[in-house]
Design a binder for this molecule. Structure first.
Ligand SMILES: Cc1cc2nc3c(=O)[nH]c(=O)nc-3n(C[C@H](O)[C@H](O)[C@H](O)COP(=O)(O)OP(=O)(O)OC[C@H]3O[C@@H](n4cnc5c(N)ncnc54)[C@H](O)[C@@H]3O)c2cc1C
Length: 380
């Protein structure tokens, strides 16, 4: 028997299992329905030796020194600053929208006016939400806000979330910022890097411990059950703690209905050329069914005359047919989630953790931070 069970082996499950094994010297069974560790952060070398991220591009960035130091125990980093271009009116321009973008899209005198007004009105280095620009008394600032909204965000977001542009909540999109300056980086965090040998290596190293047993290709229901009385493992009662990082609606047999997600069809292509595009990711707000193309050689350098790209086609999530990626936040869905949480609270040995169990979007650094915190407050 094991002291703890961890269901799911993304960052949430892996961090908890590693802490239990190394800090408490207790035994832990880790299971995942997939045939690999790493959850959505899983990567591998493809036939051309290029590291690709199976579930979409993952760029590590954080302000949290503790999280960065913790992960440094399991990987060598390679410095990487993500840059994104967007295809607008036939040009590839930097986003977040900044002075360089303005210079490429507007005539020189107009661009200078916009830059000057942004600097005077908001200060160098400010990130100004387009809603704020829209509220300005200045016609140029309002025009810039409308331009960014229409050309860069509205169609992209509509595609991503499967909505008609006219049905979109303008207030959400209006939070999108214009950067007052020429910094083209997608993230501004202090620590930005990718694992030199890929994310999968981190998980292998985290879980290599005598106290940890791993069962892959094993879903919760294959070996466990949850009843009114508690959990069973291989048919016997299990009274140790269960850290569950899968979908909460699945755990409870969808009894209050499915929690909706958006999914993405990830289509990889190998191309017979050295490089396909100038940056890691190019967004396509206005053309094509896909939202963006990522070129992995730009993220993990590789010596080969071929290149691998990924096109992302957003789609609705269908249970058991595709992967739930992004929770769809509505009042109704939040209430449904709370009903499941009410049910979960009856199980004193159950801990819900991670993007699926908490029905929440977490970046990697956020989920590592949260898992370390849960270990300290609820397990240690
Ligand atoms: C397209 C995309 C791009 C992203 N890019 C970035 C980025 O650039 N930077 C960043 O910081 N973050 C990024 N993220 C977020 C990142 O993927 C998450 O922070 C991270 O995956 C969360 O880890 P997790 O352990 O909660 O979930 P997951 O990684 O999803 O792990 C959950 C695991 O549980 C398993 N599981 C589920 N149910 C069961 C069950 N019943 N039985 C057994 N196993 C089960 C699943 O198979 C899965 O392996 C991105 C996310 C997406 C969707």
């Amino acid at each position: 028997m094991y002291d703890y069970i961890v269901v799911g082996c993304g960052f949430a499950g892996a961090v908890i299992a590693e802490r239990i094994a190394t800090q408490l010297d207790k035994t832990v069974l880790v299971m995942d329905r997939r045939g690999h560790l790493g959850g959505n952060c899983y990567d591998y070398r493809d036939d051309n030796g290029i590291i690709v991220h199976k579930y979409g591009p993952h760029l590590f960035h954080t302000e949290n020194r503790d999280v960065f130091d913790y992960l440094t125990n399991f990987t060598h980093w390679q410095a990487y600053q993500h840059k994104v271009l967007a295809s607008i009116d036939g040009q590839k321009v930097p986003i977040p929208f900044n002075f360089n973008t303005i210079d490429m899209l507007f005539p020189a005198d107009k661009a200078k006016t916009l830059r000057d007004k942004l600097t005077t009105g908001y200060g160098e280095g400010a990130k100004v939400p387009i809603l704020e620009l829209k509220r300005s008394d200045d016609a140029d600032m309002q025009e810039l806000a409308d331009y960014v909204y229409n050309k860069v965000f509205v169609n992209y977001t509509a595609k991503q979330w499967g909505m008609k542009p006219e049905d979109m909540d303008g207030a959400v999109t209006a939070r999108v910022p214009v950067f007052v300056g020429r910094d083209d980086r997608y993230f501004n965090d202090t620590y930005q890097a990718v694992p030199k040998y890929g994310y999968s290596e981190i998980f292998g190293r985290m879980l290599e411990h005598n106290n940890i047993r791993i069962m892959l290709n094993t879903a919760f229901r294959d070996v466990m059950n949850i009843t009114e009385d508690g959990f069973t493992l291989f048919g016997s009662e299990f009274t140790g703690k269960v850290i569950y990082t899968g979908s909460i609606d699945e755990l409870f047999g969808y009894r209050f209905g499915d929690l909706p997600y958006r999914s993405v069809d990830m289509r990889f292509e190998t191309l017979d050329m050295e490089y396909f595009q100038d940056t890691g990711t190019v967004n396509y707000p206005n053309e094509h069914e896909y939202t963006r193309i990522t070129e992995f050689k730009r993220i993990h350098p590789a010596v080969t005359d071929k290149t691998t790209i990924l096109k992302e086609y957003p789609m609705p999530h269908q249970r058991d047919k595709n992967i739930p990626y992004y929770p769809v936040f509505t009042e109704e869905n939040r209430k449904r989630y709370d009903e499941y949480v009410g049910l979960a609270e009856k199980y004193k040995n159950l801990i819900l953790l991670g993007r699926l169990a908490e029905y929440k979007y977490y970046d990697m650094d956020d989920i590592v931070e949260r898992a370390l915190e849960v270990f300290d407050t609820e397990i240690r």
